[in-house]
Design a binder for this molecule. Structure first.
Ligand code: WT7
Length: 655
């Protein structure tokens, strides 16, 4: 940890930086009894069991937790269905309540009540059955932010087909890798999506992906972009969504599934080139997401809740689809970009739909800050009563701006730490109880135990040093394995600190026990709140054919938090020109997706290596961030670094 960072942590707890919950908020809050933490800690299984009774079960469970480390089974023997819990359960009392309030990028609106959503889901579930899908078959979904995306997910869940949603910004190759790993039988996509007024050719990308993906038997195509995204339909393989649902029954019994039935796979980047298929199962996941939604966002019957994430990421799975719908909430869903047609689009949405709870990411908040307070000031944001943040550490400046300019100084902010693997929020304030400090996600949720440990797995005292963030006990929404790679599951997460789950994050506990997250300690970057493996970007660079060697590191970035810096040695006589830089950037974007596009490419004759030929990434990170260089004594050729530094200063231009 740098000294700069150390002093950053020292000031976090300063008295004038603490925000106590307002008594008016606490008196109405879903959780206002501070003994909840002790009660849950005294008997976590009893705590989770009590909460699980709030869900609807077809068959009650026999045991709450079976823990054969690291293999967990929650609510064994129980049978339930996530789609049933998100829909059917509400029909009696909330049939006419709005479930999804959708807005397209061009301003079109579509509202689905719980009854309507139930019909659409049932109808599409029947379509999937007619296509021959059976319990356990995997379905890949590659769509934009349209209501049919949650409809498709809930239809899969209804008939016991695990879904694998692939973010619509991923390339054909990323899509086909994910389809192949999951061996999906059906792909659900759309002709095109809209982003900042232009068309994302989803079906065309899917066609390219399917050239390399043999497991797909049927493709269902939703019409969204129409004439703006002409598509070729492959006879015998591709069918239009609207044709398939015609005349199909809108009742479909929800399959009574085992608690541990696989609900979905979601791929995330790790430290190798192959993305990890994170596996979530039914009952524990639904419990974890439903309860955290209710407690962390203090969800009330008349709230209008808006999580601005894309459903292609875990935030959307847990906190747009499963958690809020399990609570019978009204959820806003927006298709497009925050600056389309203008930079006040989000605030226009908040005001028009009277949003009460808003959940977004630090990278967006920093972007709003940069655009200026005049955009939120154009709108009446007084409907808001609670704000959330997720995806990366929120810097105190952004926290304070969010509080003042969006929350009007009256809304609690919940900084929620969690991961694709954890499925649910694990470290977070409870808004009626927890005193917050900008820059800290505060404390573990009731029933969760977290520690910071050193290299040897020894717990570090709060208020002393930084270390590795671990979770000490199983939790219901934990991922159960990596799809088809149980060894990697054990090695990656459970082997480094025996007895604990290792998150991959560095963190520090402040003197009062609050957790402040520093960031990833592995070769994974967090770019605008999205995980990208350095290895993935490096292999994409090599794949261009022009690159002999590449080393990718994170660099500080004003908006994205972390940007991507690539140090590249070109082959033979290829010249490191501006157009070569652009070519490589484009290649990476095409290969992985636009989010992986490097911010800086630095050409170098050599990369700094140790005498055992290991690339010294630490030095590259220092160069990329313009820091004074650390220890260079193990370097094989110190001249390389000096050369790199001057090259960096000369040509390192951020886009
Ligand atoms: C990584 C997980 C959880 C949904 C979005 C990202 C970082 C996430 C916070 C936070 C500090 C955070 C961590 C974590 N992270 N939330 N509130 N404060 N860091 O999911 O792609 O699985 O990434 O995001 O580094 O390990 P993900």
């Amino acid at each position: 940890m740098t000294t700069e960072m150390q002093s950053h942590f020292d000031v976090l707890l300063a008295e004038d930086r603490r925000y106590r919950p307002r008594p008016e908020f606490t008196s109405e809050a879903n959780v206002s009894d501070p003994t909840i933490y002790e009660k849950a800690a005294a008997d976590p299984e009893a705590f989770w069991a009590e909460q699980a009774r709030e869900l609807e079960w077809f068959t009650p469970w026999e045991t709450v937790l079976e823990w054969d480390r690291p293999w967990a089974k929650w609510f064994r023997g129980g049978r339930m269905n996530a789609s049933y819990n998100c829909l059917d359960r509400h029909l009696g009392t909330r049939g006419a309540k709005r479930a999804i309030v959708w807005e397209g990028e061009f301003g079109e609106e579509r509202t689905l009540t719980y009854r309507e959503l139930h019909c659409e889901v049932c109808r599409f579930a029947n379509v999937l059955k007619h296509l021959g899908l059976r319990v356990g078959d995997r379905v890949a979904i590659y769509m934009g932010m349209v209501p049919e995306l949650p409809i498709a997910m809930l239809a899969c869940a209804r008939i016991g087909c695990p879904h694998s949603v692939v973010f619509g910004g991923f390339s054909p190759e990323s899509l086909s890798d994910r389809i192949n790993d999951a061996e999906a039988r059906v792909l659900i996509t759309q002709d095109g999506g809209f982003r900042r007024g232009s068309v994302v050719p989803l079906k065309q990308n899917a066609d390219a992906a399917l050239e390399r993906s043999a497991s797909i038997e049927h493709v269902v195509v939703l019409r969204r972009a129409g004439d703006r995204a002409p598509v070729k339909m492959c006879e015998g393989r591709d069918r239009w969504w609207h044709e398939l649902i015609e005349g199909v029954e809108d009742e479909c019994d929800a399959e009574p599934l085992d608690s541990e039935h696989m609900l979905y796979i979601l791929y995330t980047s790790g430290t190798t080139g192959k993305p990890k298929g994170i596996v979530h199962t039914t009952a524990g996941y639904l419990l974890g997401t439903a309860l955290t939604t209710k407690w962390v966002f203090d969800l009330k019957e008349d709230d209008v809740y808006w999580c601005t994430a894309d459903i292609g990421w875990v935030t959307g799975h847990s906190y747009i689809v499963y958690g809020p719908l399990a609570n019978g909430a009204t959820c806003v869903m927006y298709e497009g970009a925050p600056d389309y047609p203008d930079k006040d689009r989000f605030w226009d949405l908040v005001a028009r739909h009277q949003v009460t709870v808003l959940y977004t990411a630090p990278t967006s908040i920093r972007m709003f800050m940069k655009w200026g307070a005049e955009y939120p000031q154009r709108h009446d944001l007084s409907s808001l009563r609670l704000l959330g943040s997720v995806g990366e550490p929120i810097n105190p400046e952004a926290w304070v701006w969010y509080n003042q300019h969006i929350g009007g100084g009256r809304c609690p902010i919940v900084d929620t730490w969690w991961q694709t693997e954890t499925g649910m929020i694990l470290i977070t304030p409870l808004p009626g109880l927890t005193e917050t400090v900008p820059g800290s996600a505060t404390v573990p949720f009731p029933g969760i135990s977290a520690s910071i440990v050193d290299e040897n797995g020894e717990e570090i005292e709060p208020g002393t040093a930084a270390g590795y963030l671990c979770i000490n006990h199983p939790w219901p929404a934990m991922f159960r394995t990596i799809f088809r790679d149980p060894d990697r599951f054990v090695e990656n997460y459970w082997a480094r600190f025996p007895g604990r789950y290792f998150t991959g994050d560095g963190a520090k506990q402040l003197e009062n026990g609050y957790f402040a997250i520093i960031g990833r300690v592995d070769d994974v970057l967090n770019v605008a709140g999205h995980r990208i493996g350095t290895w993935e970007v490096e292999s994409a660079l090599i794949d261009s054919g022009d690159v002999a060697e590449a080393a990718v590191v994170g660099m500080q970035h004003e908006i994205k938090g972390q940007g991507i810096a690539a140090f590249v040695t070109l082959k033979g006589d290829i010249e490191g020109t501006d157009s070569e830089q652009e070519k490589l950037r484009r290649h990476v974007a095409e290969k992985i997706g636009p989010i992986a596009r490097p911010d800086q490419i630095i050409f170098a004759a050599d990369l700094p290596k140790t005498r055992s030929a290991k690339i010294m990434r630490r030095l590259l990170r220092d160069i990329a961030d313009g820091r004074v260089l650390g220890d260079t004594t193990t370097l094989a050729d110190p001249a390389v670094v000096e050369q790199l530094k001057s090259q960096y200063e000369a040509q390192g231009k951020t886009e």
